[in-house]
Every structure is written in C-alpha cells, then in structure tokens.
Design a protein around this ligand. Structure first.
Ligand SMILES: Nc1ncnc2c1ncn2[C@@H]1O[C@H](COP(=O)(O)OP(=O)(O)OP(=O)(O)O)[C@@H](O)[C@H]1O
Ligand SMILES: [Mg+2]
Length: 368
C-alpha cells in the first residue's frame, strides 16, 4: 500500500514538473516574440517584450470604431475640479469625483502605475471594454491619454459613472453598523447580479473577457445597493501591459485561483475569485489577510465554512449582522461558493451554471 502511495506521489510530481516546464516554455515563447493579434483570443493580457515598454511610441495611422468620449487633459481637470475630491485609491490608481457639463456624476480614475503603452493597443482595448453593455457591469464613459508627453507620469485617465455607495468592501469590512445596512436579500441580489455580469463577460461577449480581479473592492454599489462590477479588462492591462494572453500572477491575494501562479488563466480563475467574494459577502469578514496569521492559507474561510456546514453549525459562519436570514437560501448560496473555490479548476462550475444554481435551476451539492 505504502509502495503504491509512493508510486502515485512520484507520478504526480513528474506530472507537476512537466506542467511547470510547459508553462515556462509557453512563457518563453510569448516573451520571445510579439504575439500576433488574435481577434478570438480572450481579453486577457500577456506581458509584452521589455522593448515594447521602453521604446518610444511609434506613430501609426489607424482607425478604431466605437471609442467612448475622448477628454482632453484640461477637460479632465475641469470635470474633477482640479482633482479636488479623491474618493478612493487602489494599487494602481487614484479615483476622483467629478461632474460632467450635463450634470452626470462621474468617477475619474487616474492610473498611477504608468508605463508608456502603444496608443493603438490602448484605444483598441478601450473600445472593447466600452462596448460591453450589461446592467451590472460598470460602463466606461470616456478616457484621456497623454501619450508621449515627456516627464508626464500620469498619462492615463478613465471616466466612469459615479456610484454613490462606493465599493462593497467598505460596507463589509468596516464594522457591524455598516454590515447591518446590507441585509440578506441585498447580499443575495449582489451575488446573483455579479454572477450574471461574469457569465456575460465569459460567454456572451463577441470576444471573451476575463475579469481577473473579482473582489469586493471591485463591486460598486449604487444608491439602491445594486451591484456593478468594475475594473474588467482595462485598468489591469494598463497597469501591467496591454493585449495579453499569458496572465501569470494577476489579481489580488486571497481571491486568486491557485493555478494563477503556474498555468495560463481561464474563466475558471474568475469563478474561484467569485466564490471567495461570496464567502466574504455571506460571512461579513475577510477570508484571508496575508499578514494576520501565517498559518492561514488563502482558502482558510472556505475550509472553515465547509467544516461548519458538515457539522450543521452554519450560524457560526454567517454574518449575524444580516439577521434574520432564510437559512435554506444562505446554505444554497454557500454551497455554490464552495463549488467555485475548488482547487481543481475543472471541477468548478462555469459562471452560467453558477447563475443556474443561484436561481434554483441546477442543484449545488457540497463538494467533497
Ligand atoms: N465609479 C466609482 N464610483 C465611486 N467610487 C469608486 C468608483 N470607482 C472606484 N471607486 C472607489 O475608489 C476605490 C479605489 O478604486 P480602484 O479600482 O482604484 O482600487 P481597488 O479596486 O481597491 O484596487 P485595485 O484596482 O488596485 O486592485 C474603490 O475601492 C472605490 O471605493
Ligand atoms: Mg478597482
């Protein structure tokens, strides 16, 4: 028996090493040459060769349809009152409140991790993101690109609608008072709307889009606490590189699928992040904080929820601030989340199946 285990372990190690070598070779191939533009490739991002980041931008003549409104830098300054009200700051951007001439409230995102990028690539990606229309996806209203201004470190701005209730993380992780304002029906609706938005990006767009950074900070809430998924595609690719395919190591720790480190990404990586987000939404607590306790792994919350569920102690992992809850509904949603965070990505459901599970058309069983 022990010999059998050893053989199985040996075969597993060999298989793992082969996968790693394959991934490295694939990466080397991608880095060795500029990938040909593949119109059918998912809108995920591959690192371009270093030369592409440092070489001066080539002026090309091109035409891209369906771009959103182009703002001049002076217009951006006027809209934001000279960047007077900052509403948030992320790893790669600062966000300012603004007002358009017609009275529309907007959020202007100033990309801070600036790397010169090709104007054509930038605009092409902008046009793809701007033309995705779904109720729960944040629309891109406009952009400003200060390409080629020497010494300018803040060359890219994105203009979005303003969401008055900010991001979901602000409500979930800042005390019980705020969490009480998110009762169960509101949270359930957020889970369903985000799932539908992702299913749309993955399966209904002409060109498949991977989000790659699903987390409560990227779910914005309007005045009625309806969810709007932000930051799909564009801001991450600006922060890293544009038009990519090899997407190794993207996202935010705690929400990233385990395969993100050693293989190419797929829609199932978003499914994992979605599952983690739902566990936090129902639990009203962060699933994982890298610095808190070194014994905690990113799937800590998932393991705790699963154990409690098996023991019939669900109450311990459900945010008491949203009481009263429909326990059967909560249990069903948690089962879906646990299906989504399975380590083997083949076992995770697609986002379309997730929507079917949440809406009761498909049964979600507790994964092993
Ligand atoms: N359209 C918007 N309306 C209102 N507030 C917004 C809007 N967009 C962003 N914010 C606020 O600005 C904060 C920072 O957003 P940003 O996307 O730059 O960072 P992040 O999502 O927290 O992290 P990162 O994108 O670096 O992973 C958000 O958490 C949110 O509070
Ligand atoms: Mg964000």
């Amino acid at each position: 028996m022990r010999a059998c285990n050893l053989v199985a372990l040996f075969v597993y190690c060999i298989w793992k090493i082969c996968k790693l070598v394959q991934a490295c070779l694939r990466r080397l191939r991608v880095h060795g040459k500029v990938p040909a533009a593949d119109p059918e490739a998912p809108l995920a991002k591959v690192k371009k060769p270093e030369a592409a980041c440092t070489a001066p931008v080539r002026q090309t003549t091109f035409h891209i349809d369906d771009l959103p409104r182009k703002f001049s830098y002076d217009e951006i300054r006027a809209v934001t009152g000279d960047f007077g009200t900052m509403v948030g700051r992320g790893g790669s951007a600062e966000v300012f409140r603004g007002l358009l001439d017609d009275g529309t409230a907007v959020a202007v995102k100033r990309i801070t991790s600036y790397k010169p990028v090709g104007e054509e690539d930038f605009l092409r990606e902008i046009s793809i993101v701007a033309n995705v229309h779904q109720r729960s996806l944040v629309r891109l209203l406009g952009y400003c690109l200060l390409q080629g201004r020497p010494g300018d470190t803040h060359g890219q701005y994105l203009v979005y609608p303003f969401f008055e209730n900010g991001s979901l993380d602000w409500w979930l992780f800042n005390g019980e008072e705020r969490r009480r304002l998110l009762p169960w029906p509101t949270r359930r609706r957020i889970a369903v709307d985000v799932a539908r938005a992702l299913a749309y990006l993955h399966h209904e767009c002409r060109r498949q889009i991977l989000h790659l950074d699903i987390k409560p900070a990227n779910i914005l809430l309007d005045g009625s606490f309806l969810a709007h998924v932000s930051d799909f595609g564009i801001s991450m690719s600006i922060a890293q590189d544009l038009t990519s395919v090899d997407t190794c190591g993207r996202g935010t720790p705690g929400y990233m699928a385990p395969e993100i480190w050693f293989s190419s990404l797929s829609t199932k990586s978003d499914v994992y992040s979605y599952g983690m987000t739902v566990l936090e939404l129902v639990g009203g607590r962060r699933g994982y904080q890298a610095s808190r306790d070194s014994s905690e792994t990113p799937d800590f919350l998932a393991r705790v929820v699963r154990e409690k569920m098996v023991r019939g102690e669900l109450k311990d992992v459900v945010d008491a601030a949203m009481a009263p809850v429909d326990e059967r509904e909560v249990e069903a949603v948690l089962k879906v989340a646990l299906c989504c965070v399975q380590h083997q990505r083949e076992l995770r459901p697609s986002m379309v199946t997730v929507v079917d599970m949440l809406e009761g058309r498909v049964t979600a069983d507790l994964p092993p």
